[in-house]
Write a protein that binds this ligand. Sequence first.
Ligand code: GDG
Length: 727
Amino acid sequence: MQRLLIVSNRLPLTIQERKGDLHVELSVGGLATGLSSWYKSCHSIWIGWAGIGRKKIKEETDIVARLLSENCYPVSLSQYNVEAYYHGFCNRTIWPLFHYFPLYAEYSEDFWQAYERVNTAFANVVAEVAKPNDIIWIHDYHLMLLPKLLRERLPKATVGFFLHIPFPSFEIFRLLPWRKQILEGLLGADLVGFHTYDYTGHFLDSVHRLLGYEVAMGQITAADRVVRSDAFPMGINYEQFSSAAQDPKVQKERKRFHKKLGDCQVILSVDRLDYTKGIPQRLRAFSVFLNRNPKFKRKVIFILLVVPSRTGVERYMQLKKQVDGLVGEINGKHGTIGWMPVWYLYRFLPFHSLAALYSLADVALVTPLRDGMNLVAKEYTATKTDGKGVLILSETAGSAQELGEAIIINANNQEEIAQALAKALEMPEQEQIERNRIMQKRLRRYNVVRWANEFVDKLLSTKKLQREMEEKALTYEMQRKLASDFQESDKALLLLDYDGTLVPFSPKPAEAMPGAKLLRLLERLTKNPRTEVVLISGRDKDTLEKWFGGLNVGLVAEHGAWIKEKGGGWETIETLTSEWKEEVYPILESWVDRTPGSFIEEKEFSLVWHYRKADPSLGELRARELINNLSNTIANLNLQVLEGSKVVEVKNTDINKGRAALIWISREKWDFVLAIGDDWTDEDTFKALPSTAWSIKVGFGASAARFSLSSPSKATSLLRKMVGGKM
Ligand code: GDG
């Protein structure tokens, strides 16, 4: 059975020191609470920091034994590293930046170095524990360098990474001095997961802009392999919360609370003390609500449960003071003898007390300024088995994307929150039930186990895809066989694409021109009278003529609209019309106007909109829009829309590279046929080949080609080998 290694900053168990003795306790936080039930049911090991210094853990062998008996494997860290890594880089650099608080982010080289050291310490422990078949699942922003460090130690490992906080937009992420290292660190994984599609999009955007890797449909073509990225909205242990109201311990606690609350309606909020959770803003909004709705005075109580967090960090201490002050202010201003509007609890409650609060609260007020997901919103909804209760949720919580039946608000808009509170407290029961039932159905289905299973399944399928690609890789032995087949053949046909195949795809035209070395290679290939070389390109015929007109080769231009036989002139495949251009040109022009840097290329039988010089994300967005628009316009025009590398091309339906290739393929009885291409326009060539042909795709990705090579330089060195040179 495949083992699962979960790796996170903290273990689900924490060692606490009290009065000189060490105790093992459950860790707080979304990840620990969410995953601990699931991980026990699997064949898994959890690797993480146990919460105490290296020296202590060595002395306490029985504590270590207890952790090991719970399948927890501790990573020991020095006090200094914990300071600079955890309180430093993690919580004073990444946390504020990724939650859109760039002014709070501190950029310190010392913090960064500690982050590197701790990630390396984790990598060493994981590499020691891991066995070849294990699935390694790394969690959260503390360990973003770990995937790459593990890949260096265990090249074949199956590694997934999940980020529990938001991944910010490029404009925020680019502020980080170590942005490239972080992205490269993450790309050591096979699958990088996020809570929402927005975060996934932001990550892919940054990968594309900062590392220049091609990104399509959540698939990144990195330097040596394909990495996938996708959204997996984390669920909760639904059963645990939906059955809580029936638990006698919870019921007893609920009664106890009720006695104290009397007939008041209850608004509840539950968070770790964190500036991202919007606690001061929420308190102010509650005060506005009381000002605007005096009829609710003495009728409503706001229970504010705040769990101490990162108590050593200055900013959190300031926030604590601010919250204390605001609670005092509101109670002082609005309270009366016998009625205190805000009940403020600053502590961690046992589960049965938390569940009792969830089950009695009429309204949950969840208003983070930013939150990766926010499990409290889900837990509250799941606990409401009678369907009664209203969730108010801010749009900047990841969970808002799944909980659309809640009252969705802007966490900075106090008036809106005040109105939402009035609406929630007066909402008819039937409406409450209807809204909750829809959300509950979703939460029950997509619970934490389903979330974890879907992540692991996708990780395994990514690994399978990589293996299939690897199997297609043209090995050194196969290259020798191909070269010797070629050398022994009597009639050989070589069908070669140009851009991206013989030279790297380049946005600058001057760099795409064939160099002297490549021209010499093509000349050597054509010297042999038994060999016929055809260059099949999407470029226009004048360019091909200029570059290759002096060689003894066949040429195909505009993806097959024009062909030129060896020693002959240019001809079209059949009579093609180009009247349609009058209709399509103005559309492309309007796209040029809306996309700075883009331009139109007019070929004889096609029109091409190029966006390689435009902003990459805008270009891709506009390309999608253009394709949609064109597919409506061209329906009756016998045209097709091709999407190439940074281009959208419109041309006659009857033209494709495969059709042009067939002219040569069907002409002779070839005993050696080779086709090499890199993008999907070459797929038509591959499909037109006889089954005995050699077909090679340059790059990764699905293809009808039988083999693959990783880069144009590998393709040209293969051709060199065929003419007897060194590879
Ligand atoms: C991070 C991301 C993301 C809270 N107080 C008590 C208590 N809790 C439990 C809740 C809940 C968890 O702690 C808090 O989870 P959240 O999701 O609300 O927030 P973070 O801790 O910031 O978690 C977040 C999460 O990771 C998962 O990916 O959703 O966006 O920031 O489970 O029930 N539990 C008990 N007593 C308390 O007083 N027993």
